[in-house]
Design a protein around this ligand. Structure first.
Ligand SMILES: [Zn+2]
Length: 196
């Protein structure tokens, strides 16, 4: 097999959920594809790291030339509500449904001692500082996926809230063993309406 093709197969195979056979199929597709498509694809991939960074306030992803993400910049969002999510994908899932109009804080994972994810590796520090300083926030919604990691992750936040705010959780409204990423609009809508 040509070295360049093998390298692309290995790269694709490294992606989560992609088996060797699928990787080979995709690499072959790229080899046969229109060269401008492949050039654009390569450019889009390298732009991912050079043109995207974390929002300084909520840790969501935003364009490199913006300090804050579009949600943090939007003054029409409800500044009283702060929704804490595990990762940016969960935030995108909630945003896609349009059921929530407050702001977010992306923790960057869930506490998992087995995988070496300790609280200091997550964005708690900025979360607590934000809540302490931004007194307009009066409700913190812990939008966790219903699993053991998130129990610990939520508890850590609840126990260290820097001031008295209403704390609500979504988990019990999500289907058992479900996750925010895969929840449909109606499920998320009832999860937000019925939070408590
Ligand atoms: Zn932001």
């Amino acid at each position: 097999m040509p070295e360049a093709l093998k390298r692309v197969i290995d790269m694709i195979h490294f992606l989560p959920g992609i088996g060797e056979k699928t990787a080979a199929k995709l690499a072959f597709f790229l080899m046969k594809a229109n060269s401008s498509y492949v050039a654009n694809f390569a450019r889009a991939l390298s732009d991912l790291h050079s043109k995207v960074h974390e929002c300084e306030q909520c840790h969501a992803m935003t364009d490199m030339d913006e300090v804050l993400c579009s949600v943090c910049r939007d003054d029409k969002r409800d500044a009283h509500l702060l929704c804490v999510v595990e990762d940016y994908l969960d935030m995108l899932s909630i945003e896609r449904t349009g059921v929530y109009r407050g702001r977010y804080h992306v923790l960057g994972g869930a506490i998992s001692p087995i995988q070496g994810v300790t609280p200091d590796k997550l964005n708690y520090q900025t979360l607590f500082e934000r809540i302490a300083e931004d007194v307009i926030i009066d409700e913190v919604i812990l939008a966790m996926n219903p699993n053991i990691e998130w129990e610990a992750t939520a508890l850590y936040a609840i126990e260290r809230m820097p001031r008295a705010v209403k704390i609500s959780r979504l988990s019990k409204w999500l289907p058992h063993a479900g996750s925010i990423e895969y929840a449909d609009e109606i499920t998320l809508l009832s999860a937000f309406r019925g939070r408590g």
